[in-house]
Unconditional design. Structure first.
Length: 681
């Protein structure tokens, strides 16, 4: 077999300060049935060789569109570059022919997309998809390309690479598929990689692995990175520079230390304050950015953030020029200097509050809950298997309090929520609601009890009927379950919409006419329609922008305080769970690993898995991130079809011993109110 020719990038000279890529005055438009959307309107940013640049901002701000314009991948004929230049190594990519751009794409510039399953061809093997650009761009033979593909899979941490080249995308986990996308991106030793939300769909531990891998490879191979994300913790941990975008424009740009430590634009300050943080005690209320971004079909004149800005003045009616703050930082705000001088007051957080420990009534009591699913193998005679989704889980939720349920995908969080709601039948155990066992309750009794138990789903759009108005969606249970007259139901719908932070006239709209945050508020209003005492919140903010997420969290807090609601809050974002929960349960592969009051668990975690989760979660502060030494959690979650013997976490645990491989640790009280399942504690 011929050996693969591995092309190493040319080292960057220290004196070379010319940008590798420079976007100048970029304007991108999309033609729609309602008019022309100015998705990107005069954007400038540049990246030095070997640098990591982050583009951040809310959905629709133009981050991904900018990247697609760089790659010349805008959907035609609707999308087009209306002006500006994209200089790569001094040459304008917009002037290249399609054939010349194809040569650049993949060889010199590559892109890692957000969802690897939609980017990988499901009918081609992983090997063929990695080898294709090697043959096309580098002219490698079949043997050389295969050797290089094997090397790349090993480089991105996929074991048994030679064998896995013959497998298909569906045979890889989410984290492994994203590693394959990185391998394809690295295949031709590009000078620039654009990563569009590369870890959004991944668990926090896998996210940390992928980002550490990308950063380490970029340093070792001299690759320039542009990361598009809404996660400010990721930006703080990995980015050298940051460009903050809003409504199609860059409102602030500069070194990450400067932008996080001394932001000069109200939007940047708002984003920082909207994010729940692991390194700070729970705030009484998140400081959110009220309102919505402007409609880019008809963008407003002057500062586009003015309508939502708490610092706006009459001068904001004029388009603000960029203010140079020095050290490479600039911001488009008339009051940039004033914000810098009064920064402590502008960015001050609300006073911290601590959880109270007063004993209250137990509303939900889960005892030994177990849920197994039977699955059949391939073919008519395929052998059956059992997925042990939930194994002997117990916890209690006090009335008027919130229990947070956290863990990686596949740990059983959502299955617990669905089993409590009786959307799934329990295999064993009890679920007592106000003293009554839901597992053994009759159908008619469950129908009555469900008026007191409601759910808020993760994706509000898929849970709302697109053919019904918002008013009809909320009124439906009132009319058909409680027999409320339609006139009275309309009045109640108006009350619920206002209570959920919407206007009463939203009742006439359809789901597609609302933003993601507004649809989630409709989901909350619908859950409140039955006057419940208990709500299962299944990842209710994971699909929302940072500022909208803060609004929904504040709303849930306010409703709990005003109505005495009890929540089971299912999420994978540890900072969000810390903010909203009073007590937290950490799960892994269907079992409880640790359970404690919120502040106790975050201050002094006992279980190695909890410690790994907290280490993997980035904090939006570059100075703190540099001081941290995260304990990397290697490996991936085992299959619940064949869980490891003994402690299910032992295959990834840095403290595992031979005893851990044999003994299933029981959940025991290590400290008052603090439980853990680990024989090493």
């Amino acid at each position: 077999m011929e050996s693969a020719t591995v092309l190493e990038p040319t080292p960057i000279a220290a004196s070379d300060t010319a940008p590798l890529i420079s976007v100048e005055g970029l304007r991108v438009e999309f033609s729609t049935g309602r008019g022309v959307v100015k998705a990107v309107d005069g954007v400038d940013w540049s990246v030095q060789p070997g640098e990591t640049m982050a583009l951040v901002g809310e959905s629709g701000c133009g981050k991904s569109v900018s990247a697609l314009a760089v790659m010349r991948l805008l959907a035609k004929p609707a999308g087009r570059v209306a002006g500006g230049r994209i200089l790569f190594e001094g040459r304008d990519l917009l002037t290249l022919s399609e054939e010349e751009m194809r040569e650049r794409r993949g060889r010199d510039i590559s892109m890692i997309f957000q969802e690897p399953m939609t980017s990988l061809n499901p009918i081609l093997t992983i090997g063929l998809q990695i080898m294709e650009p090697l043959k096309i761009h580098l002219g490698m033979s079949e043997e050389q390309a295969r050797a290089r593909a094997t090397e790349l899979l090993g480089l991105v941490g996929i074991p048994d690479a030679e064998r896995r080249l013959g497998q298909y995308p569906h045979q890889f986990s989410g984290g492994m598929r994203q590693r394959v996308m990185i391998a394809i991106g690295l295949a031709c030793n590009p000078k620039l990689i654009i990563a569009d939300e590369p870890t959004t769909a991944l668990d926090v531990t896998i996210q940390a692995q992928i980002l550490e891998l990308m950063k380490e490879l970029s340093r070792r191979l001299g690759i320039t990175l542009v990361i598009i994300t809404h996660n400010l913790g990721i930006v703080a941990r990995y980015a050298d520079r940051v460009a903050v975008m809003y409504a199609g424009r860059v409102v602030e740009e500069g070194p990450a230390d400067r932008v996080f430590g001394a932001p000069r634009h109200p939007y940047t300050i708002g984003l920082m304050r909207s994010v729940p943080r692991l390194d700070r005690p729970r705030d009484a209320k998140l400081a959110t950015i009220e309102g919505l971004p402007p409609n880019l079909l008809a963008p407003p004149s002057g500062c586009r953030f003015a309508a939502r800005c708490p610092f706006r003045i009459d001068q904001c009616a004029i388009d603000p020029p960029y203010h140079d703050a020095g050290d490479g930082q600039r911001s488009a705000c008339h009051r940039a200097e004033e914000l810098a001088q009064g920064l402590a007051e502008a960015t001050a957080s609300p006073p911290a509050v601590t959880a109270t420990s007063a004993a209250t009534e137990i509303l939900v009591d889960v005892r030994g809950l177990t849920k197994h699913f039977e699955v059949r193998g391939r073919g008519l005679m395929g052998a059956k298997g059992v997925v042990r989704a939930v194994q002997d889980v117990s916890f209690q939720i006090e009335r008027g309090r919130t229990l947070g349920l956290v863990g990686e995908s596949g740990c059983g969080k959502t299955t617990i929520g669905r089993t409590i709601l009786r959307l799934e039948e329990a295999t064993g155990g009890e679920v007592r609601f106000a003293g009554e066992d839901l597992v053994t309750a009759s159908r008619s009794r469950m129908k009555e009890l469900r008026t007191k138990i409601q759910v808020i789903f993760q994706d509000p759009y898929s849970s709302l009927n697109p053919r019904m108005t918002i008013g009809d969606i909320i009124a439906e249970p009132l009319v058909f379950r409680r027999g409320v007259a339609r006139k009275e139901a309309r009045e109640r719908v108006a009350e619920l919409l206002v209570q959920s932070g919407l206007y009463a006239d939203f009742a006439e709209r359809y789901p597609h006419q609302l933003s993601g945050g507004q649809r989630q508020r409709v989901g909350i209003a619908r859950a409140l329609a039955m006057d419940p005492s208990f709500i299962v919140c299944d990842e209710p903010v994971s699909a929302l922008d940072v500022s909208i997420q803060g609004q929904i969290i504040n709303l849930l807090d306010e409703l709990q305080e005003r109505l005495g609601l009890t929540y089971l809050f299912i999420a994978h974002d540890l900072a969000v769970v810390r903010h909203i929960s009073h007590r937290i349960v950490v799960m892994y592969l269907g079992r409880v690993m640790e359970m404690a009051d919120r502040d106790e668990l975050y201050r002094a975690p006992l279980h190695p898995y909890t410690q790994a989760l907290l280490d993997a979660a980035p904090v939006p502060d570059p100075a703190l991130e540099r001081a941290r030494t995260p304990r990397a959690l290697t490996g991936e979650l085992p299959s619940p079809l064949s869980p490891p013997p003994g402690c299910v976490f032992h295959t990834r645990c840095p403290l595992a011993t031979e005893e851990c491989r044999r003994v299933v640790p029981e959940v025991r009280e290590v400290r008052p109110g603090h439980f853990a399942a680990c024989i090493k504690i």
